[in-house]
Unconditional design. Structure first.
Ligand code: NDP
Length: 442
């Protein structure tokens, strides 16, 4: 038998054909690729100083639903491109790459892969965040508010820039996944071009030591989101001469979320995105475009429609954020420590079951309360970001609705993954920990 045949056989054992579709298969993949970018534009273009969406924006479509075909001609689409915003966005990505390359950082190992290897990842995301905060402060002092007003004024152009980059990057990683002996994601090797392109074919696309998924996962989306939020606060200050308490809460809460994610950078190595999902359009567009430009809807809304909050509302919102954060952080940290070292003194007292597959599953502590209690904490925090926007408009609440759908769907996907991995042991675990996300409810 020739060595290339041996190689081919071992590759197909390592990378079995994916036989089951998620997200409604190729049709769902096509819809995601076309509808989600459109939705990002709709959510942002239709938020103006007159409301979110303003009545005059939606009224014509009630009367003549097909009139959007006339309004959104190819020329309209071309007008969404903004050269200055494109250059600014590319500079931002280059900055992130250079900070990854030159800022010092510890190289840590990821989880064991199917081929028995462990990849190394350079952790300097938090330092990048601190440097970015310093750059923001220095820009404000030396240049003034201009660059931050640029973000507000060129917002739609920035969305277009990030969308172009996310399509370009996902086409590159898809084509590159056919080169050499790549480790593919178990869910991304169906052979259907649209589906594999969307869900992600290769597990860990890399250029040398540079892990594309890892860098895209935490930095452009989260740091970009923080810059947008800060820009919105500066914009409001320029407009009103003050920052309202509502906007202050949204900006502080969301930056807190970003700081937390980057401070706990190593935790991302045990998340589904890194361990299981391939890197394709979904993660690329999700992190480059969807996250920064839909998660900042509340901050932008509050610049367009400033509101005041009663002390009672502020109290409720702060409680929601605090409770959500404690659940989210404690649960994620507990699992992360346990996965890295079950004998760590911080988790040694917790009860667990040992599976035939070798791993242990926690059945006490946070993971004994519900099988994804971490999602519940995250969702409570989502409410604390939306409620400061009051109840005049619906679009600021897009995030809590979308996030509930995402988390329920993600939980179902993870259950399927764990059921396939742990088989009867997973049923045993579900017998002990009955609730999926919210104890007593779901
Ligand atoms: P989780 O951190 O919930 O990890 C799920 C994995 O944990 C399972 O696949 C399994 O992996 C392991 N596991 C499950 N049960 C147990 C147990 N009892 N004991 C030990 N290990 C267990 O997955 P996610 O990546 O979905 O979420 C991470 C965080 O990111 C969450 O807080 C979520 O809310 C947040 N998130 C936020 C998003 C946003 O847009 N803001 C988007 C997505 C997630 P194995 O056994 O194979 O190790």
């Amino acid at each position: 038998m020739s060595s290339s045949k041996v190689n081919h056989t071992s590759q197909s054992i390592l990378n079995p054909k994916t036989t089951e579709y998620e997200f409604l298969g190729p049709i769902g993949a096509f819809l995601m690729i076309t509808v989600l970018p459109t939705l990002v534009y709709v959510l942002n273009v239709s938020c103006t100083f007159d409301g979110c969406p303003p009545y005059y924006y939606i009224e014509p479509y009630f009367k003549a639903p097909l009139s959007f075909l006339y309004h959104y001609s190819p020329w309209y689409l071309v007008s969404l491109f903004d050269a200055a915003a494109f250059v600014a966005y590319i500079c931002f990505l280059i900055y992130l790459y250079l900070t990854w390359l030159y800022l010092p950082g510890e190289w840590v190992e990821g989880t064991v892969l199917r081929n028995g290897k462990r990849l190394k990842y350079k952790q300097n995301g938090f330092d990048t965040l601190l440097l970015t905060l310093f750059v923001i402060a220095a820009t404000l002092i030396v240049i003034g508010t201009g660059p931050f007003l640029f973000v507000f004024d060129h917002y739609i152009g920035l969305i277009t820039a990030s969308t172009i980059v996310s399509f370009a990057a996902s086409i590159y990683v898809y084509l590159d996944s056919f080169e050499g002996d790549k480790l593919l994601a178990l869910g991304g090797n169906t052979g259907n071009v649209i589906y594999d392109f969307m869900i992600g074919r290769e597990l860990n696309p890399r250029i040398g030591d540079f892990d594309i998924k890892y860098l895209v996962e935490l930095r452009p989306g989260l740091i970009g989101w923080m810059i947008i939020d800060v820009s919105m606060a500066i914009c409001q200050y320029v407009e009103l001469g003050e920052i309202t308490f509502a906007l202050f809460l949204v900006v502080v809460f969301q930056i807190w979320y970003v700081v937390d994610a980057l401070y706990m950078e190593s935790s991302v190595l045990t998340t589904i995105d890194i361990t299981t999902d391939g890197f394709g359009w979904m993660l690329c567009f999700g992190n480059l475009t969807w996250l920064p430009f839909t998660y900042s809807i509340q901050a932008r809304y509050l610049v367009l429609s400033p509101i005041g909050l009663s002390w009672f509302s502020i109290f409720i919102i702060m409680i929601l954020k605090a409770v959500g954060y404690v659940i989210f952080r404690e649960a994620n940290t507990e699992k992360n420590i346990f996965r890295n070292d079950p004998n760590d003194p911080r988790v040694r007292h917790l009860k667990y079951i040992t599976t035939k597959q070798g791993s242990r599953l926690l059945v006490s502590g946070w993971w004994g309360v519900a099988r994804h209690i971490n999602y519940f904490g995250d969702w409570l925090m989502a409410w604390s970001w939306c409620l400061p926007c009051g109840f005049d408009d619906i679009f600021p609440y897009f995030y809590v609705v979308y996030f509930a759908v995402l988390l329920v769907h993600r939980e179902i996907r993870d259950e399927t993954k764990c059921k396939n991995k742990y088989k009867k042991d997973w049923d045993r675990y579900c017998e002990i920990v009955k609730w999926r996300i919210i104890p007593g409810v779901y």
